[in-house]
Design a protein around this ligand. Structure first.
Ligand SMILES: *[C@@H]1O[C@H](CO)[C@@H](O)[C@H](O)[C@H]1NC(C)=O
Ligand SMILES: *[C@@H]1O[C@H](CO)[C@@H](O)[C@H](O)[C@H]1NC(C)=O
Ligand SMILES: *[C@@H]1O[C@H](CO)[C@@H](O)[C@H](O)[C@H]1NC(C)=O
Ligand SMILES: *[C@@H]1O[C@H](CO)[C@@H](O)[C@H](O)[C@H]1NC(C)=O
Ligand SMILES: *[C@@H]1O[C@H](CO)[C@@H](O)[C@H](O)[C@H]1NC(C)=O
Ligand SMILES: *[C@@H]1O[C@H](CO)[C@@H](O)[C@H](O)[C@H]1NC(C)=O
Ligand SMILES: *[C@@H]1O[C@H](CO)[C@@H](O)[C@H](O)[C@H]1NC(C)=O
Ligand SMILES: *[C@@H]1O[C@H](CO)[C@@H](O)[C@H](O)[C@H]1NC(C)=O
Ligand SMILES: *[C@@H]1O[C@H](CO)[C@@H](O)[C@H](O)[C@H]1NC(C)=O
Ligand SMILES: *[C@@H]1O[C@H](CO)[C@@H](O)[C@H](O)[C@H]1NC(C)=O
Length: 811
């Protein structure tokens, strides 16, 4: 009795002591992997950029990342927003980096902090503050003392901020890795010897900051020791680091691609993405990062140039609105579980490569008779194959990898997707998943911008100017005014036709003659420069020509910007015109209305399809630039893109001949109960009465699993095997949502795909069985077996269960 009490007390003391101790985590690396607390690790990572969503959403994204099998969150640091004015720092709201890192830790994940400070990232000016451009004598990213001094100041600012908050792993924080510079190897040649010296300096400076965690440089073949050079690309299986003492790491695995105005929407099939990941680990990789795992939104004017769109969705596993993108999220989760089961042999044994046939090979990691993992690959893009491996035969679809955590049983194949599929909201089901309310009955008012120079900050110059030099990026706009004198006698009320030609390096321009809009010129993401050539009518005497030069990605500015029309403070000002004669199809006009916030928590967006080009604000917060009138080319799309074969950014495109983006995310945390102010600045002409407010109040989800599919990866136990050999069809709604109806449920040979399933020649309607299991649930699972579902046609060998259901938000 006494003894056990004593033990109890001792235990408590130990517990208390343990809780107060800072748990320091050591991070080093060797030739195989990052070594965390003495253990080599296989790490799955995903990029999430803090300013591309609101802090309220961060925890949910990290929770989904953790559930999706990630270990690490990777982010850039955005210098221009942290030091908008030299020496004045900002770390609040969406830019609260410390809060972000702490939230990652809270979710049980590590952080890879890519300080740069150059980021690129389709971010305005690549993350460099604009004031940097104006320091006399500065040259960016080379061995220039002025630049180096500013870069060092910022690097140490961030490192010290993290140290002060105990955020490095050795201090008990989540940061296990840091990056200096970014993809400099791609441009280094252009800087000559200066580039080489700069990289050496950057490496020494970074190491000198004593972060106590390893540094990496991505796409930097000559990264000096001890900095690890890492790979960026669609595939990195062929990559080897520049020293045998460094592990093989992949910092940017593109899950899709970024979107630009005037372009079709890129996507990357998950079968190919999973193939790339599996090949990487098969060939000795130990750290891999999805760029992006959650892409989010380029709010305000944060989008980089030229012409990067406001949505940064990237076809990422978590979509712009924070919902999982299925089957991408689920299939990658299954993959991560399968790779995790191979961790010990992967990090402790060397691979033996075995040739299995043309485009067929195995990599075997044999640590001991008990610990052996194998990857079987068919990297041919056309032919499925059956291979013989260790006396067993295995079917390998083209462009796929099978994972065998015990060198015998396949628990995952990259081309076999058994996870749930979700329908795009803009597909057939729009009307049942989106609640749309037109803002036409809202009280609108407007303000017509003056054409041409309006203030007193104008000056004279000859020729066109470098825009960033003038605007200092305080605005997208720069006015040019000139006049042309027509001396010839022209009859009264008659005009003379003339040609006007304007050349611009980008990105867009409006041309006015005598305050009337006569032309609109613009470039594109690949070549932002353009020529604007128009025929105009001039009258006798002086004719005023005004050109509004516009940046899409960087007197100055517009009058409306100067007045602060987007601001709440002017919401009730008499500067706005009210009335029933709302002008539409007008250039340079500001519109304003109020709308009621939709109830609940479901995602909200504005449909700006009826508008031309401009920017929109909700309660004074910019939800970004829009450009609905810029349609993508009508050809080049392939909605059902074949995942087999080498992927590139132009291989799989959708929405040809349509605007790149019509829906603009309004974060829930920017809305208030009751009335909300919407201000729109339209630059070329649109119809605000057709703007609608959308709330996603439903989601169509599907599953399709065959009798001979594998059971879920998470039911594999190392010493047992699959707990049950029966495959399962699993469905899950977003947290707080539930299955409200089942649209389709057939066991047999169902045909078609999600949104358009039809019964096949062999069919049992299993609606009532599925309903019983799933109705009203947030998630459910149905065993795919004849015993459970009945046997409609005994002579058909491989029967499948296909289900389509509708999720709704809990009221
Ligand atoms: C680096 O930081 C660690 C932990 O604070 C400290 O123990 C070590 O002395 C420092 N090293 C150098 C070279 O400053
Ligand atoms: C793996 O190969 C490396 C380099 O050849 C060698 O140093 C190491 O000892 C090998 N490891 C095992 C477990 O065989
Ligand atoms: C959705 O509803 C609108 C208006 O009720 C209708 O015009 C449209 O055709 C519907 N779309 C689909 C895909 O059902
Ligand atoms: C014109 O200049 C004055 C002072 O120089 C300034 O206060 C005012 O805001 C300026 N007005 C505009 C429209 O730029
Ligand atoms: C930028 O503006 C300054 C004057 O403010 C001028 O001296 C310089 O030549 C300009 N640079 C370019 C590239 O236009
Ligand atoms: C010239 O145009 C003005 C305004 O457009 C019109 O009022 C006037 O009658 C016209 N005069 C002639 C001679 O056509
Ligand atoms: C918008 O209003 C805020 C608060 O009154 C003010 O600080 C800010 O300068 C205003 N912005 C503009 C562009 O007027
Ligand atoms: C504008 O006026 C209305 C009615 O007086 C008021 O309810 C609203 O709060 C005001 N809006 C702002 C932004 O001041
Ligand atoms: C808008 O106005 C332009 C001329 O300024 C005209 O060419 C175009 O057809 C108009 N569009 C609509 C939808 O009315
Ligand atoms: C498919 O493989 C063939 C032969 O290896 C190759 O020439 C072709 O480029 C590949 N296609 C794709 C899309 O990768």
């Amino acid at each position: 009795m006494n003894l056990s009490r004593t033990l109890f007390i001792v235990f408590l003391l130990f517990e208390g002591n343990f809780c107060q101790r800072v748990v320091s985590t050591s991070v080093i690396y060797d030739s195989k992997a990052l070594v965390i607390d003495g253990k080599r690790r296989i790490l799955q990572s995903g990029s999430v950029h803090y300013p591309r969503t609101t802090p309220e959403v961060w925890p949910e994204i990290f929770r989904k990342a953790k559930e999706g099998g990630l270990d690490v969150i990777e982010t850039y640091v955005f210098w221009n927003y942290h030091e908008p004015v030299r020496g004045e720092y900002y770390f609040r709201g969406r830019f609260d980096l410390v809060r972000f890192v702490k939230e990652v830790k809270q979710a049980g994940l590590f952080v890879h902090l890519r300080i740069g400070p150059y980021a690129c990232a389709e971010w305005n000016y690549g993350g460099f503050p604009i004031w940097l451009h104006f320091i006399p004598g500065i040259q960016f990213r080379t061995t220039n003392n002025i630049f180096k001094k500013e870069m060092e100041l910022f690097l140490s600012k961030i490192v010290n901020l993290m140290k002060d908050e105990n955020l490095f792993a050795t201090q008990g924080g989540p940061i296990i890795l840091a990056q200096v510079e970014n993809e400099y190897g791609n441009v280094e040649w252009a800087y000559g010897i200066g580039g080489q010296l700069y990289i050496k300096w950057a490496a020494e400076t970074a190491v000198g900051l004593n972060t106590t965690v390893p540094w990496v440089m991505c796409a930097q073949e000559d990264a000096p020791d001890p900095i690890i050079n890492t790979c960026n690309g669609f595939y990195c299986d062929l990559f080897t680091p520049n020293s045998p003492s460094k592990p093989k790491m992949w910092t940017e695995n593109y899950v899709g691609w970024f979107l630009a105005f005037g372009y079709a929407v890129p996507f990357r099939p998950v079968e190919d993405l999973a193939f790339a990941v599996a090949r990487f680990f098969e060939t000795g990789g130990t750290f891999q990062n999805y760029y992006m795992y959650f892409g989010g939104t380029n709010f305000g004017r944060t989008a980089g140039g030229p012409l990067i769109a406001t949505s940064y969705d990237y076809d990422a596993p978590i979509n712009e609105y924070g919902f999982v993108n299925q089957p991408k999220w689920g299939h990658l989760r299954d993959l991560h579980i399968a790779i995790r089961h191979c961790e010990e042999p992967l990090v402790n044994a060397n691979a033996t490569q075995i040739f299995l046939g043309k485009n067929l090979e195995a990599h075997v990691y044999h640590k001991s008779s008990k610990e052996c993992a194998a990857f079987l690959a068919n990297y041919g893009n056309f032919s499925d194959a059956t291979v013989l491996f260790k006396g067993n035969s295995y079917f390998l679809p083209a462009w796929s990898v099978s994972i065998l955590p015990d060198c015998k049983n396949v628990i995952f194949n990259t081309a076999k997707v058994v996870s749930q599929t979700n329908l795009d909201n803009d597909a057939l089901t729009w009307n049942i998943t989106m609640h749309e309310s037109l803002l036409s009955s809202s009280p609108w008012s407007w303000y017509k911008e003056k054409v041409g120079i309006w203030g007193n900050n104008s000056f004279q110059a000859s020729g066109l100017l470098e825009q960033i030099n003038i605007t200092k990026d305080t605005s997208d706009f720069l006015w040019y005014t000139t006049s042309i004198n027509v001396n010839e006698k022209i009859k009264k009320n008659q005009t003379k036709e003339a040609g006007l030609l304007i050349g611009s390096l980008g990105h867009a321009s409006l041309l006015f003659v005598n305050e009337r809009l006569v032309g609109f010129g613009y470039g594109n993401h690949d070549d932002a420069s353009f020529m604007l050539s128009v025929k105009v009518n001039l009258h006798s005497g002086s004719n005023r020509i005004d050109v509004l030069s516009m940046m899409v990605g960087l007197q100055v500015g517009l009058e409306g910007e100067f007045l602060g029309l987007e601001n709440l403070t002017l919401a009730n000002s008499s500067i706005w015109t009210k009335g029933s004669a709302m002008p539409n199809n007008q250039s340079l006009i500001w519109y304003k209305t109020v709308f009621l916030a939709p109830e609940g928590k479901a995602p909200v967006s504005l449909n700006l399809a009826s508008m031309g080009k401009g920017q929109a604000w909700v309660n004074g917060q910019s939800i970004g630039r829009y450009w609905s009138s810029y349609l993508s080319p009508s050809t080049g799309c392939s909605e059902s893109c074949d995942y087999r074969g080498t992927y590139d950014a132009s291989k799989c495109l959708k929405k040809c001949g349509q605007p790149a983006q019509i829906l603009y995310h309004v974060p829930r945390s920017w809305l208030q109960p009751g009335e909300n102010l919407l201000v729109i600045h339209e630059e070329i002409g649109g119809d605000p009465l057709k703007i609608s407010l959308l709330t996603q109040n439903g989601q169509v989800i599907c599953g399709r699993v065959s009798e001979d599919d594998l059971p879920p990866t998470d039911t594999w136990e190392p010493s047992v095997g699959f707990v049950s050999t029966i495959p399962e069809l699993r469905l899950a709604c977003e947290p707080g949502w539930y299955i409200a109806s089942i649209h389709f449920a057939s066991f047999g040979t169902p045909e078609g795909k999600c949104g358009a399933f039809i019964p096949g020649s062999c069919h049992t309607n299993v609606l009532s069985i599925v309903q019983k299991i799933c109705f009203g649930k947030q998630r459910c699972s149905i065993s795919v077996s004849e015993a459970k579902l009945g046997d409609p046609c005994p002579d058909v060998m491989k029967k499948s269960l296909a289900v389509e259901a509708l999720c709704r938000a809990l009221e």
